[in-house]
Every structure is written in structure tokens, then in C-alpha cells.
Design a protein around this ligand. Structure first.
Ligand code: HEM
Length: 153
């Protein structure tokens, strides 16, 4: 399972980079037309986010941090323990919401809307997803047992 966790950890950086690229594009090109390249960058983000969602579910249900905590203790106890609460509740909830927002942004590419509206709507959705993902990543300074780069040190 260690390599799966390494992949999950690594894909976090790709998701962040793709989100920033998409945000940059929707800001810089706000006055320009909505191009097939915009649709492609949106798709790249969607694919990577969905892959990490799937890997996350595997870890959550088959790993030691996540659903396993519910087998050991009750919901009340988990909510009192910040470490268990993060892994059993906060990380999964936040990330599912963020991936749902990214999925909604995919729908915008297909709608018959003025290009300016598409860029603006996506800018809002990407920014929201970025904020939630940043808030729900187990950054090393939060002392949740995760490094910056899993497997490198
Ligand atoms: C798609 C956005 C997601 C991002 C960016 C993300 C990011 C991360 C990162 C950076 C770690 C730490 C890895 C390490 O310790 O090296 C992690 C761990 C973990 N994630 Fe996610 N995650 C996402 C979605 C999910 C989802 C949706 C779930 C649950 C369904 C999930 C479940 C887990 C679990 C259980 C761990 C801990 C695994 C372990 O240490 O045993 N993740 N995630």
C-alpha cells in the first residue's frame, strides 16, 4: 500500500499545479474566447482529481487511517481527537466536496454560455476547489504524519 500512498501524495502536487494553471488561464483569458485548450486543461484537472479520489477511497477503506477508526471508537470519540477527526472525517469530506466542484466546472465547458461567463464561472469554481484542497491537505506543519514528498525522504 506504500506505493499507492506515494502516488496519492504526489498527485496532490499535480492537482494543485493544474488548478493554478486553470485559474491563471481563466483570469488572463477572461476577455478572450473560450478555446478547446481551456476545455483540455479542465479535462486534465478532472482526470487527475478523479484518480486521486479513487485512490483516496481505497486508502480510506483498506488502510489504517480512515474507516478503521470507526471500528475502534465511536463517532463522539473520533470528533474529540483531532488526529482521528482529520483522517476519518475532515480529509474525506473536504476532498469529496472539492472534487465535486471540479466536476461541476466540467459541466460549464459544455454549457451554451457566453465565453466571458464560462471563464468567470470556472474561475470561481477553481478558486473554491483550491481553497478547500489547501485546507484539507495534511501539510507536514499540521503534524498529521504526512511529509511534503512521500518516499523521497
Ligand atoms: C482529490 C483530492 C485529494 C488530495 C489532494 C489528497 C491528498 C492527500 C495527501 C497529501 C495525503 C498524505 C499522503 C502522505 O501521507 O504521504 C493524503 C492521505 C490520505 N488520503 Fe487523501 N487526498 C485527496 C482525496 C482523498 C479522498 C477523497 C479520500 C477518501 C475517500 C482520501 C483519503 C486519504 C487517506 C485515508 C489518507 C491517509 C493514508 C494513510 O496514511 O494510510 N483522500 N491525501
Amino acid at each position: 500500500m506504500e506505493w499507492i500512498l506515494g502516488l496519492h501524495s504526489l498527485l496532490r502536487w499535480l492537482i494543485l499545479i493544474f488548478l493554478i494553471v486553470n485559474i491563471f488561464r481563466s483570469m488572463v483569458e477572461a476577455d478572450a474566447s473560450y478555446t478547446p485548450d481551456d476545455t483540455k486543461w479542465n479535462l486534465r484537472l478532472l482526470i487527475i482529481a478523479h484518480i486521486n479520489l479513487l485512490i483516496g477511497f481505497i486508502q480510506y477503506f483498506f488502510g489504517s487511517k480512515g474507516f478503521a477508526f470507526f471500528k475502534e471508537s465511536g463517532f463522539g470519540e473520533i470528533m474529540k481527537d483531532s488526529f482521528k477527526r482529520f483522517w476519518a472525517v475532515e480529509h474525506i469530506t473536504g476532498m469529496i466536496i472539492a472534487v465535486a466542484i471540479i466536476t461541476i466546472s466540467r459541466g460549464v465547458t459544455k454549457k451554451d454560455l457566453p465565453d466571458l461567463v464560462k471563464h468567470r464561472r470556472q474561475l470561481l469554481l477553481y478558486s473554491l476547489a483550491l481553497l478547500i484542497i489547501i485546507a484539507c491537505i495534511p501539510w507536514p506543519f499540521r503534524h498529521l504524519g504526512s511529509p511534503w514528498f512521500r518516499g523521497l525522504y
